[in-house]
Design a protein around this ligand. Structure first.
Ligand code: PMP
Ligand code: GLU
Length: 378
């Protein structure tokens, strides 16, 4: 027996591939894991220390559902200073991972029969969260650089929400101001809410990160989501947050109070340290990701595989239609080259010709991966 609601969602492909790659590696296979999007760096020491000190101090009890006051204040200050959002600490809710923020915001904003616009290949968890709310997805078109085109065509009388994810997982595309203004105009004209998932904000190359929530007309309709997993290499700590209109935050809080209760108390202390500490490791990681991106994109292009240049995040999304298509090529990569990757189809119907390779792995492993791909193609 399973509820209809549960039956509407499938397992996360990225999590499934991650588990499979780890199992194969544990079994002694020399797997190059380019499947999951997880920084390969250790969490910076000063953050680890702050978490450990907090445990030692006995901060091991429940905290408020919305998060500890100090972290909420620091997050609000950051959103005002860096993202030009008009938010106060009371508008911020801390969550165990940005994934919970995405889930809760979608449940708060959508109901049975509603539609949510996703723009081109989109992160694996958005659609299941939308389905779980009883709503459905309409897929907006993108061009060859994964920039939105003719989005108005994908809006219907049932559309209630647009999800913006720039820099994007899986394509790495970064939306410029003009593109975001077009999305803003659609949201305002059709009275839609917007979720802006900005988790890759700090992993961006030669582009400006713009928060759509800072644009005129957007304050009252935008929920901005971010987290610590990518910027601070803190995936396993589970720490994220969202900020948005008071009414939405009220329902999000209610949902959290009956499910996860709160983000772990001492992890929130680590979050305070992360945001208040020196940010040079964040910049160092981003610089290393850029070098890997350059190496991987040029390597793939040299092998004759078309690949757009990502402006952010740590994924490339090459077009593998000439070598069997996304599903078949992902299969070959694993079986013949021992490279774990994610098929583009996991990111929606427009992803079928692509494969997502995460470059959150060392340059020497990327080099090896390119050698292996060359071998199976020749
Ligand atoms: N949004 C996007 C686009 C992501 O790639 C991820 C990565 N898991 C998340 C949200 C959630 O991140 P986390 O739950 O680890 O904070
Ligand atoms: N966001 C990462 C990815 O897409 C981590 C796994 C997940 O949360 O889906 O691979």
């Amino acid at each position: 027996m399973v509820s209809m609601r549960m039956a509407s969602i499938h397992e996360s492909t990225t999590m499934k591939i991650s588990a499979m790659a780890k199992k194969l590696a544990a079994g002694g296979q020399d797997i190059i894991d380019m499947g999951v999007g997880e920084p390969d760096f250790d969490t910076p020491k000063y953050i680890v220390e702050a978490g450990c000190n907090s445990i030692r101090k006995g901060e091991t009890r429940y905290a408020p559902t919305v998060g500890i006051p100090e972290l909420r204040r620091i997050i609000a200050d950051k959103l005002v200073r860096e993202n030009s959002l008009h938010v106060a600490a009371d508008d911020v809710v801390v969550t165990p991972g940005a994934k919970m923020a995405v889930f809760a915001a979608i449940q708060a904003l959508l109901q049975e029969g509603d539609e949510c616009l996703l723009i081109g290949p989109s992160w694996v968890s958005y659609e299941p969260c939308v389905s779980f709310a009883g709503a459905s997805v309409s897929w907006g078109k993108v061009d060859e650089n994964f920039m939105p085109v003719d989005l108005a065509e994908s809006i219907s009388a049932r559309t209630r929400l647009i999800i913006v994810n720039s820099p994007s997982n899986p394509t790495g595309s970064v939306f410029d101001r003009k593109t975001l203004e077009e999305i803003r105009d659609l949201a305002v004209d059709h009275n839609l809410s917007v979720i802006s998932d900005e988790i890759y904000e700090k992993i961006i190359y030669d582009h400006e990160h713009i928060s759509i929530g800072s644009m005129p007309g957007m304050e009252e309709r935008t929920v901005t989501i971010n987290g610590f997993s990518k910027s601070y290499a803190m995936t396993g700590w589970r720490l994220g947050y969202l900020a948005g209109p008071k009414e939405t935050m009220k329902w999000v809080t209610r949902l959290l109070s009956h499910s996860v209760s709160q983000a772990t108390t001492f992890v929130q202390r680590a979050g305070v340290a992360a945001m208040q500490g020196p940010q040079d490791e964040v910049a160092m990681m981003a610089a290393e990701f850029r070098a890997r991106r350059d190496m991987l994109v040029s390597g793939l292009r040299n092998l004759g595989i078309p690949c757009s240049m990502p402006g952010g995040a740590f994924y490339v999304f090459p077009d593998v239609s000439s070598v069997g298509g996304g599903d078949a090529f992902t299969d070959r990569l694993l079986k013949e080259a021992l490279i774990a990757a994610t098929p583009g189809s996991a990111f929606g119907p427009d992803g079928a010709n692509y494969v997502r390779l995460s470059y959150a792995t060392s340059q020497s492993r990327i080099c090896q991966a390119l050698e292996r791909i060359k071998k199976i193609l020749s």
